[in-house]
Ligand binder design. Structure first.
Ligand code: NAP
Length: 460
């Protein structure tokens, strides 16, 4: 398959506005050398220094949030409102790790008397050069949630971002440099996905993290496995959103709409499968279809727009094909379901019901504003449908019944369960999945410790 061109193409018009030349092998090697050399002294900087640089990055980004938001909207089509919110979320992410890394990576002191020592502890130390392969859907946040903890832990970073967001990728490296992080601490490599293997196999690269699709994760994990290098994988999701009779239905429906169409439907933790108790199923579907149909699809820079275009033409075509296949197999399209006849890669909010288990859409992730709704006879069936997915990233359940809350928390197979709310990532909470959604955790103390060597120190 030919490499995806590295370019900014406006998804709202289909027009390519800027193209970039991929780095040569020699340029990539030079970047790895710069990173490896920098690590030698960067790892010796202390938390006070790193904290100062990280706060400077937060302050700069806060001041530049409007321009950064416009750049993200241009590159991948998210609404300007959500792009601004993303930039400000990154500011929070920087500040969280600036303020908490020292305590998150404090030595773990053991009881020396139990281990025949005068002193024994475990110390978190950086691994070295870490490669991050990142997706376009939250082009700044995905990269920041790698960069902030990795740098605060004393690692240095190489970013291979998605080929359709080169300007955002270059901006992040530039921002961190202007904030004071020394040259070589964080570099963006403009390379195709085919060039990742060479970087990952370089002996100077210690570990990798990938956020993206299952095939990309499988490929990177296989190479890293061959090289015996640590990886974190954040892959796809098809999150369930269960609604039980005791739920506040109005609030559940309103949140269901937001949870499905946020980021134009392109979020790994978007609710994608709505599993509704039979007693409230008809009411839920009526209200949900009505609100999904009422969403305004259009220019992502218009503040009145709810849903902008999908980020790429191939992404839009894949969503359309998945919906068409479901309809052809007998599923019922309650609203949307047809490409919009206009320039750009728009797809309307769509609700599908009457999906049977033999349909591809039952197990596939749909990366667009398309909701699948299922009827469940009781809580057992709701949990069974929720877990009948190859993915296990986030999940949502709506109920006011304490016993049901407890069962959802215990029995849903996912990295996260959000009760009476939609799944959101917070710097303070671990983020990640199980099953085909990947392994390892980002954010919180768990995220910063992923790229550390936990070294045991024992003193006689
Ligand atoms: P993708 O094709 O896997 O792309 C993600 C990144 O991986 C890009 O930088 C891409 O580079 C690179 N890549 C693709 N194939 C590769 C390979 N074989 N080897 C090395 N690198 C490779 O993902 P996408 O379809 O654009 O993004 C959407 C997917 O990401 C969805 O499945 C979504 O659920 C998932 N996602 C997960 C999370 C999470 O936290 N769990 C968050 C966001 C998105 P190029 O652009 O150059 O191809």
């Amino acid at each position: 398959m030919p490499a995806t061109p590295i370019a900014t193409t406006n998804p709202a018009t289909g027009e390519t506005v800027k193209t970039f030349t991929a780095a040569s092998d020699a340029e990539v090697d030079a970047a790895i050398t710069r990173a490896a050399n920098r690590f030698v002294d960067y790892r010796r900087t202390d938390f006070t220094q790193r904290t100062r640089w990280m706060h400077a990055a937060a302050d700069l980004l806060e001041a530049e949030a409007d321009e950064v938001a416009a750049m993200m909207t241009l590159e991948m089509g998210k609404t300007l409102t959500s792009a601004k919110a993303e930039a400000l979320k990154c500011v929070k992410g920087f500040r969280y790790y600036a303020d908490h890394s020292a305590e998150l990576l404090a030595d773990e002191v053991a009881d020396a008397s139990k281990v025949n020592a005068s002193k024994a502890f475990a110390r978190y130390q950086p691994l070295g050069v870490v490669l991050a392969v990142m997706p376009w859907n939250f082009p700044l946040w995905q990269a920041v949630r790698f960069a902030a903890p990795a740098l605060m832990a004393g690692n240095v970073g190489l970013l291979k971002h998605a080929s359709n967001v080169p300007q955002t990728a270059l901006y992040l490296a530039d921002l961190l440099g202007r904030a004071g992080f020394p040259d070589g601490c964080f570099q963006t490599l403009l390379i195709s996905s085919g060039a990742v293997e060479r970087v990952l196999r370089d002996p100077r690269v210690a570990a990798a993290t990938l956020t993206g699709s299952e095939p990309a994760g499988r490929s990177v994990a296989a190479i890293a496995g061959d090289e015996v290098k640590h990886t974190v994988l954040e892959l796809g999701g098809s999150d369930p959103f269960i609604v039980m009779p005791s739920a506040d239905l109005e609030s559940a429906v309103r949140t269901a709409v937001t949870a499905r169409v946020q980021n134009n439907g392109q979020s790994c933790i978007a609710a994608k499968r709505f599993i509704v108790h039979t007693d409230i199923y008809d009411d839920f579907v009526t209200q949900f279809v009505s609100q999904m149909s009422a969403l305004r699809v259009g220019d992502p820079t218009d503040p009145d727009t709810d849903v902008g275009p999908l980020a790429t033409e191939s992404g839009r075509d894949e969503v359309a094909q998945q919906v068409d296949a479901a309809a052809a197999a007998g599923a019922v399209i309650r609203c949307g379901g047809k490409r919009l006849n206009r320039p750009g890669w728009f797809y309307p909010p769509t609700v599908i019901t009457d999906i049977s288990r033999d349909m591809a859409i039952f197990t596939e992730e749909v990366f667009g504003p398309v909701a699948s709704v299922y009827r469940a006879a009781d809580i057992d069936e709701a949990i069974e449908i929720a877990n009948a997915s190859p993915f296990g990233l986030g999940s949502n359940a709506w109920t006011r019944d304490e016993a049901e809350i407890s069962r959802f928390a215990d029995e849903i197979e996912a990295g996260q369960v959000f009760i009476n709310g939609m799944t959101v990532s917070y710097p303070e909470l671990p983020f990640g999945g199980i099953k085909r959604s990947g392994y390892g955790r980002e954010l919180s103390g768990h995220g910063i410790r992923e790229f550390c060597n936990l070294k045991t120190v024992w003193v006689a």
